[in-house]
Write a protein that binds this ligand. Structure first.
Ligand SMILES: CC(C)(COP(=O)(O)OP(=O)(O)OC[C@H]1O[C@@H](n2cnc3c(N)ncnc32)[C@H](O)[C@@H]1OP(=O)(O)O)[C@@H](O)C(=O)NCCC(=O)NCCS
Length: 150
């Protein structure tokens, strides 16, 4: 990574995230304020997601573990991004936008033409990032959820 004052750019290589990376993902996410972890983030569920969406999820390695992640999934019609995270010291170096761009390229290559990002409503910083990089918040949609085991 080049360390020019005020203009730091990450040169971390991105690679596809695999099921073997799930524990390292959790280590990064647990250290990431604003990252909401739920019951869907148990290692088995995460491994299933990554397996079903092979080639769409991406990460970057640092000396002590993962420094960036994105979970990207597709239902064949639309793509969905979750858990876009960059370790704090590397933020504002282009890594977050690079990993999102790479996920979108892999989605587009699979024929999907639109992608949604899931962000908790109270994650002001996360919302501000998405808007800054050109994503449009939806006011015409509300997410309804239901547990299947109740
Ligand atoms: C959001 C996050 C992934 C951004 O990663 P990053 O590596 O800092 O992003 P980049 O350096 O690629 O930034 C791209 C652009 O967005 C801007 N930006 C980055 N974070 C921003 C923020 N919180 N608010 C506004 N703009 C932001 C950068 O200045 C840059 O602008 P530029 O292209 O005009 O220079 C990172 O801050 C993070 O991990 N946050 C915690 C987890 C989270 O909230 N994720 C999002 C919800 S899933």
């Amino acid at each position: 990574m080049h360390d020019e004052p005020g203009n730091r750019r990450s040169s971390h290589a991105l690679r596809p995230l695999t099921v073997d990376d799930v524990d390292a993902c959790l280590t990064l996410w647990r250290d990431t304020p604003g990252m909401g972890l739920s019951s869907a983030d148990e290692p088995d569920e995460l491994a299933r997601f990554v397996d079903r969406n092979a080639g769409l999820c991406w990460c970057a390695d640092g000396p002590d573990g993962l420094v960036a992640t994105v979970l990207c999934g597709s239902d064949g019609r639309r793509g969905y991004l979750y858990h876009v995270a960059v370790t704090t010291p590397l933020r504002r170096t282009g890594l977050g936008s690079a990993i999102v761009r790479t996920a979108l390229e892999s989605l587009a290559a699979s024929g999907v033409r639109k992608c949604h990002a899931m962000v908790f409503a109270d994650n002001e910083s996360g919302r501000s990032f998405w808007e800054h990089v050109g994503w449009v918040p939806r006011s015409d949609l509300v997410v309804f959820s239901r547990d299947l085991d109740s």
